[in-house]
Design a binder for this molecule. Structure first.
Ligand SMILES: [Zn+2]
Length: 295
């Protein structure tokens, strides 16, 4: 009896060790590690990698990837990574940290998941870790707001995994094909919801939906000015512009929480909708956003 229990414990040990996380927040596991910056990338990478890699997401849920500094424990985890899949564009965290991360771990391969995406400039300001806005004529990093870009990101992630683990290339390609089918169906749902809204505008505090607006024929009206709240005068002008464009919905992200949004929405008699474009479940999030624009 005792030997049998002992056998079970021995058999389970490697399985259990995969799930053990110490109080320091660093997980102990035997899996190969790939790091990504944000939760939507973690979702995509996990769908493709399956059981073969542990996907380490650096920016935690509810944190702002434009002004995030990793903890020392996270640096240890990144150090174990064979590859880093960066979002690309000019995302604050990556702009501030990528060089240091790659110097700390010179063997870590760096892949840009935005490769091949038609990038927007001039729609977004670049913010440093200290919250100071640096420049506004830069590449907009919020590529994951459009399913059409997400499809490109998925293919780039698949290419990276097949390169670092060629033995399982056909497994990754099969998973990627399944994921692309899912992305295609999200694209079709969003297209159907937003087709009647072509030419319309929505408002948002921080401009995180520029690619969605571009790809589905909408205008995005941004309330933030150089990373800060607008002056009363500028806000009045934005209200006039929003009335002219018939804005019915004002989006606000949970990581930005300005009081100005309420005032703005009241003036317009528009609905305030809280969104989380950094949701791990990016598909549900993007469909909810499309529903809010369409209603
Ligand atoms: Zn942003």
């Amino acid at each position: 009896m005792l030997t049998r229990i002992l056998h079970i414990i021995i058999a389970l040990t490697p399985v259990l060790s995969l799930f053990v996380t110490s109080c320091t927040g660093v997980s102990h596991h035997d899996k190969r590690v790939v790091s990504v910056t944000i939760q939507p990338q973690k979702y995509l990478a996990e769908q493709i990698a399956g059981e073969h890699f542990l996907i380490n997401c650096v920016v935690p849920a509810n944190s702002n990837p434009e002004a995030y500094d990793p903890t020392p424990m996270q640096l240890v985890e990144i150090d174990k990574s064979e590859a880093y899949l960066r979002v690309g564009g000019m995302l604050g965290f990556e702009m501030s940290w990528m060089d240091r991360l790659s110097q700390n771990n010179p063997d870590m391969k760096i892949y840009d998941t935005s490769e091949g995406v038609d990038m927007l400039t001039g729609t977004h300001c670049h913010t440093h870790g200290n919250g100071v806005v640096h420049a506004c004529n830069v590449i907009d990093p919020h590529i994951w707001s459009s399913p059409r870009n997400v499809r490109i990101m998925a293919r780039n992630i698949c290419r990276a995994l097949t390169e670092i683990d060629a033995d399982n290339a056909s497994y990754y390609r099969a998973n990627c094909d399944k994921l692309i089918q899912r992305i295609d169906s999200v694209d079709a749902v969003v297209e159907e919801l937003l087709a009647p809204c072509r030419g319309m505008a929505f408002a948002i505090y921080h401009p995180s939906l520029s690619y969605l607006a571009r790809d589905y024929g909408l205008s995005q009206l941004c309330l933030e000015n150089m990373g800060k709240e607008n002056s009363a005068m500028a806000l009045k002008n934005t209200v006039d512009e929003a009335i002219e464009h018939g804005v019915k919905v004002v989006f606000v992200q949970q990581e930005f929480n300005p009081r100005q949004v309420e005032t703005f929405a009241r003036e317009l008699n528009a609905e305030v909708v809280t969104i989380n474009p950094l949701n791990y479940d990016w598909a549900t999030e993007i469909i909810n956003i499309a529903h809010a624009i369409a209603r």
